[in-house]
Write a new protein. Sequence first.
Length: 146
Amino acid sequence: MNAFGVTEDVLSADYPVHVAFGGNQHLILGIASRAELAGLAYDFSALREHMATEGWTTVHAFWPETSSRFHVRNFFPPGGVVEDPATGAAAAAFGGYLRALHRISSPSRLELLQGFDMGSPSRLLVDVTPADPRVKVTGVASVISG
């Protein structure tokens, strides 16, 4: 939280902080409001160093608009990028996170809206089934370079 310059009160009380696996380790942070999610900024060097120490690939911050639609930001300093507009591995880890929290009780499709706060909107669809360890990610991303 120090790297983001915020206190823990920006975190959602409904979603615990968790490290989830989707090919790599992703720190999952539920944020209390859409405005707080949109306003997140961080010290690039400080977060990159902390993530290297912890072995995290991204920080996946989200705000739940509904139980199946989430606004998402994915911070990726280990890759030299401030923010990623579409992150399939983190989306898969997020689906597993919700399943582990028992927020998925039947086959479900989640909609993740990512990249909107950086001007590169993407829509990721995450299909999760309670008893199946696999998570399917599809969607549409913006092209940011040719």
